[in-house]
Design a protein around this ligand. Structure first.
Ligand code: AMP
Length: 293
């Protein structure tokens, strides 16, 4: 694996790859890597000729400064895992390389109503910062394919919207959420859970799986209420538990009103915030159309 810290060096290398007719697959990350990230690299290796990972803890997407400060950083282990996963290129820039002219966004996008609900409501400015860094990283890497996880479903829909707003030729691939054996979605934040909440955490995925069972007998609002009550009883502070149209992320009145629905949850497990989601309704033709792996 080749490690680049500078934009110019990375671009020189990737230009040569492109000129040699190689397709580039890209997985942006904030490091503290786990098997969820490595699955993106594996997909990039399977589907393209050059796999590129980036590790950059983007300051502009943290609405809470202490969250940014406490974000886990494990560069040695990250490099080791990426090497084992046969990643071709790692880009590890500093803030000045990414934002040479300061952190004020140079391009703005119109994501409403995708960015005003759920994570966007509870983490104001988060998606603006996320879109800013993804836009900048794509400008630098210029991949053919971009691999992102379903774990951050709302993020995926916003990046998808950004690509269509910019008429980008980049193909966005959604990779399934990788979970621990007990169902907890892998996340860099899991290492910060205390043992009590780590033991309770599988209930989050359990609550989402229950949603799928309930779609035939309950309304979306009832399903969300059952999920909220279940997790509250377990000891989590539920920030939101929503059942939404998976394209618009707006609430749905009846499951019959859409062919693509998602349940999304954010909870506080003590002072650690965890998110997860599950597709609760999806017709077969849609799976083909959406290129879900
Ligand atoms: P992060 O480092 O948390 O910003 O995540 C970088 C990329 O990895 C994003 O596309 C995430 O959706 C994806 N990702 C994070 N956790 C998982 C997981 N458990 N399964 C699949 N993809 C994930």
């Amino acid at each position: 694996m080749i490690i680049f810290k500078r934009v110019a060096d990375l671009q020189r290398y990737l230009t040569a790859c492109r000129q040699a007719g190689k397709e580039i697959g890209f997985a942006p990350t904030m490091g503290a890597l786990h098997k969820g990230h490595l699955a993106l690299i594996k997909a990039a290796n399977d589907q393209t000729q050059v796999s590129v990972a980036s590790i950059f803890v983007n300051p502009t997407q943290f609405n809470d400064p202490s969250d940014l400060q406490k974000y886990p950083r494990t560069p040695e282990s990250d490099i080791e895992q990426l090497t084992t996963a046969d990643c071709d290129v790692l880009f590890m820039p500093n803030v000045e390389e990414i934002y040479p002219n300061g952190t004020t966004p140079s391009v703005t996008f119109q994501f409403a109503p995708l960015d005003t609900v759920l994570e966007g409501f509870f983490r104001p400015g988060h998606f603006e910062g996320m879109a800013q860094v993804v836009y900048r990283l794509l400008e630098i890497v210029q991949p053919h394919k971009l691999f992102m996880g379903q774990k951050d479903f709302q993020q995926w829909t916003i990046v998808n919207s950004m690509l269509s707003q910019t008429n980008s030729p980049i193909e966005l691939v959604m990779m399934p959420t990788i979970r621990e054996a007990d169902g907890l979605a892998m996340s860099s934040r899991n290492v910060r859970l205390n043992p009590e909440f780590r033991a309770l955490a599988p209930a989050i995925y359990e609550s989402l799986q229950q949603c799928v069972q309930l779609t035939n007998t309950h309304t979306p609002e009832e399903v969300a209420k059952i999920g909220t009550d279940f997790l509250t009883q377990k000891g989590f502070k539920v920030e939101y538990f929503a059942v939404a149209d998976a394209r618009t992320l707006q609430p749905i009145r009846l499951f019959e009103d859409t062919d693509y629905a998602v349940a999304l949850v954010a909870v506080w497990a003590g002072d650690i915030r965890l998110i997860d989601n599950i597709i609760v309704k999806q017709t077969q033709w849609l799976e083909d159309e959406l290129e879900i792996e």
